[in-house]
Design a protein around this ligand. Structure first.
Ligand code: AGP
Length: 369
């Protein structure tokens, strides 16, 4: 097993550091013609289905459900198709109303999650076109879909999903762009700009991983915390949910992810000097808004770790700690912002002496209801 960990202490750390190469594998052959076009065979072979789609429903569990929330935003922005996101376990018993103009997209690393499998079987019975985004080739879910895309990030052994999440979000981005180009709902310049950045994502993630030492040091400061709040807006509200889930799973510290502006409707009551917040605040269209959310946390005595775009000065004066990430187009910020969040959860758990690869009570894939 030591050999399989490739010199890292744990599978999880190996998988975090592998992301530059797993994303290269995930992107391979899918961005063509000098970053002017996306080719996803699953979309190419089913053009008519994607052209006539009136609604897309994304179904998944756990981390894959967080990827789905980002997918919703991507598909709305670039395809102008209404999108719903459902927990597979709720969808399957929710009497969903579907017809042949519906596309149901399942997202699953393992392809064996019982609820997700049941959800797509139900969707197919009801006449929807079912598309799978999966990692494990030939798993039950891809065998039960009409078409799909593999994320190709290699085997994920750590129970806490890391490289599969960034692979899922990458494929959802490619999917939204490819359907957008098909339906003519994205202009060439926007498409090109995003594809140039996406194509460079492996190098960008390599850069992002350079915060490793800084995050390791930072993790020691929070030995006192029994609760964490993770806040983000827009594209990074799901990133906040995912950051919180990572911390919960491997460190057993209670963490809540929340849309930053929703905090004032309840969770703000929790904030005091014992409850730190991690705020995802890249320089995007909601940056000015999130600054005021940071101030609200600070004025109640909570420590703030802010994830910001490189070169950001303003946040330094407000937050207690800033972690910089490379600047990318807004729709790609969740992929990059996930890196310091994975590392933060990792080191907090390691400091507490937890078994990060096999956290208590959790299985890598949940094949029972
Ligand atoms: C992720 O860290 C979790 N261990 C878990 O939430 C997982 O994402 C979920 O069980 C779904 O698994 P799947 O992607 O294999 O379907």
């Amino acid at each position: 097993a030591q050999l399989e960990k490739g010199g890292y202490d744990t599978f999880m750390l190996k998988e975090i550091f592998e992301q530059p190469s797993t994303l290269r594998d995930c992107l391979r052959g899918r961005i063509v013609d000098n970053c002017s076009r996306v080719v996803l065979s699953g979309v190419e072979l089913n053009k008519e289905r994607f052209m006539k789609a009136e609604r897309i429903t994304l179904v998944a569990c756990g981390t894959s459900w967080h990827a789905a929330l980002i997918g919703k935003r991507l598909i709305q922005d670039f395809c102008q198709i209404p999108v719903e996101v459902e927990y597979a376990s709720e969808f399957r018993y929710g009497n969903p109303v579907l017809n042949e103009k519906d596309i149901v997209i399942s997202i699953s690393q393992s392809g064996e999650t019982a609820d997700t499998l049941a959800a797509i079987q139900l969707a197919r019975e009801k006449g929807a076109f079912v598309y799978g985004i999966c990692n494990v080739v030939g798993a039950s879910i891809p065998r039960n879909t009409d078409s799909g895309t593999y994320i190709h990030v290699g085997p994920e052994i750590g129970v806490a999903s890391t490289k599969a999440f960034t692979g899922q979000v990458t494929v959802l981005t490619l999917l939204a762009l490819s359907v957008g180009q098909l339906r003519g709902t994205i202009d060439n310049e926007t498409l090109h700009n995003i594809l140039v950045s996406l194509d460079k994502m492996p190098e960008t993630i390599k850069e992002a991983l350079k915060v490793d030492d800084e995050v390791k040091k930072l993790s020691k400061i929070f030995a006192y915390a029994h609760n964490f709040l993770y806040l983000g807006r827009g594209y990074n509200y799901p990133t906040a949910l995912e950051g919180a889930l990572k911390l919960k799973e491997i460190s057993y510290i209670h963490a809540e992810g929340y849309p930053a502006a929703e905090m004032k409707h309840g969770p703000i009551a929790l904030i005091d000097h014992e409850m730190p917040s991690v705020i995802i605040a890249p320089s995007d269209s909601l940056y000015d808004k999130i600054i005021s959310n940071v101030q609200q946390v600070k004025s109640r005595g909570g420590a703030v770790v802010a994830i910001v775009s490189e070169g950001n000065q303003a946040m330094n004066d407000i937050a207690d700690f800033c972690i910089e990430i490379p600047e990318v187009p807004e729709c790609l910020t969740p992929i990059v912002a996930s890196i310091p969040l994975q590392l933060l959860a990792y080191y907090i758990a390691v400091n507490k002496g937890k078994d990060v690869d096999q956290p208590r009570n959790l299985a890598k894939s949940v094949t029972v209801e």
